[in-house]
Design a protein around this ligand. Sequence first.
Ligand SMILES: [Zn+2]
Ligand SMILES: [Zn+2]
Length: 367
Amino acid sequence: MFENPCVRCIIAVAKWFPVIFISAVVGWSYYAYVVELCILEVKSGVERGFYLFFFHIFFILFVWSYWQTIFTNSDVVPLKFKLSPQQVSQLDSTTTSKDYESGKRLLDAFGKDLPVATRGFNGDLRYCDKCKIIKPDRCHHCSVCERCILKMDHHCPWVNNCVCFNNYKFFILFLGYAMAYCLYISLTDLQYFIKFWQDKLSGDGGGKFHILFLFFVSTMFAVSVLTLLSYHCYLVFSNQSTLESHRPPVFTGGPDKNGFNLGRYQNFREIFGDKPALWFIPIFTSKGDGMEFPATSVRNLLKADRNGHNGRVNESFTRSHGSGLSFPVRTVDDDRDDLLQRPFNWNQVPAFPAMPSVRVENEQNLI
Ligand SMILES: [Zn+2]
Ligand SMILES: [Zn+2]
């Protein structure tokens, strides 16, 4: 994006500011809760022990999942998706409509054995003209990370990382434990918060205000995180990424917001794994490799297409329709689903005819 090394260095440092801010707030909350509240204010030894024991459980799980979200990066897209330099130069020279057709044939031939079910807006294989790869399913190019990210959800400045296949479980746990941490602090601090206004706290002025602000800050963060956590719980149980909730993935049969929906329980297990004992521990247990995802009825449509239905809509297939094609303004996702550098108009009519709105499968069968 920026070629000047100094500018790139400054931007790289600036990207860590939100992480430093969160870390500073967490560090202060630790001091305020442990020292100012539990050690200097709470008089009962039993109460103090109870507060500190559960506080440290939430604190450790919260910091652990936050760390994992920050420092777990997306796997690199394998070489089998990458075009050779000769193929890239051939594609780069495709400026006329005739060349476009030959370029399209080149990509179709290259991608015919790749495990790719999704398509671009125009029905072609999705090609990243920056990374020079055929994009695996649910993979998108992040303009902040400057590379293609497996099952990209969004780029999160608060963790200075892409939330993606490799760290999505950590991100959900981070939100969950952040809310638990903040709620626990605000609930246990509540009676001392009330005592502050009754002027019954025993500490001096500084200590009192730590207890006061601890309640305000923890309550404010708990409410904020609850909103985001609720939205991501919806995404987990419907097997959508944030990007897909705005723009349904496109299959050979057309856009389908339920294209990866296996039912709530299976969707949950796809991210949290098969071992319940590890579900809420911030270690990687997600299923799959981030490139291939379990079949749905729409994928069966693709497989049928590969067996001779020519990749076009067949009204006899059962499928569901996307929730709408009014695409929002893109922010950090610099994704180009378009092949061969043709100009892309986000308001253009999709290349697929209107489809009947039918659920993928019976909902009871999915759960
Ligand atoms: Zn890319
Ligand atoms: Zn990113």
